[in-house]
Design a protein around this ligand. Structure first.
Ligand code: 5GP
Ligand code: ZN
Length: 136
């Protein structure tokens, strides 16, 4: 189902043109308009889901299958050395467009980009507490 006021619904379903790298019945992969690196792409499901929490089970399992296939083609053509898959859920996590999307970010040796987080340094007790809160 599409959501009327969603720009990624319009792009995914071809109502707004995009630089499409891959398309099938369920997905479209497009170039990001504000790329972090050369070839930065976004994988969009054609049906609207705002984020991972809303994504239907059968789509969840297909996301990585499509991402792997497209990533292999991108790597062959663009000759990058690595790739970050990034997927933001909610404004607190940096999501700015409320339609699920997987960032596929090619990484080149010495590209000078830093999209990695700084590791924390919790105590053993803090780690135990969060683990217990989640799984008892
Ligand atoms: P988020 O911060 O929600 O994870 O990522 C949104 C991404 O969508 C950003 O990287 C931004 O550059 C990209 N973006 C926003 N609007 C458009 C658009 O209209 N077309 C394309 N191709 N990318 C967009
Ligand atoms: Zn949408």
């Amino acid at each position: 189902m599409k959501k009327d006021d969603c720009i990624f619904c319009k792009i995914a379903n071809g109502e707004i043109p995009s630089r499409t790298l891959y398309e099938d019945e369920k997905f479209r992969v497009i170039l990001d308009l504000g790329p972090v690196t050369r070839g930065h792409a976004l994988l969009l499901p054609k049906d609207h889901a705002s984020d991972l929490f809303e994504l239907p089970e059968e789509i969840v399992s297909a996301v990585l299958t499509v991402a792997k296939k497209v990533a292999a083609n991108m790597k062959e053509k663009l000759h990058f050395e690595g790739m970050n898959l990034v997927q933001n859920n909610g404004a607190a996590a940096g999501q700015t467009v409320g339609h699920f999307h997987l960032h596929m970010i090619p990484r080149y040796e010495k590209d000078g980009k830093n999209i990695n987080w700084v590791p924390g340094n919790p105590t053993q007790e803090e780690l135990d507490a969060v683990k217990n809160q989640i799984v008892g």
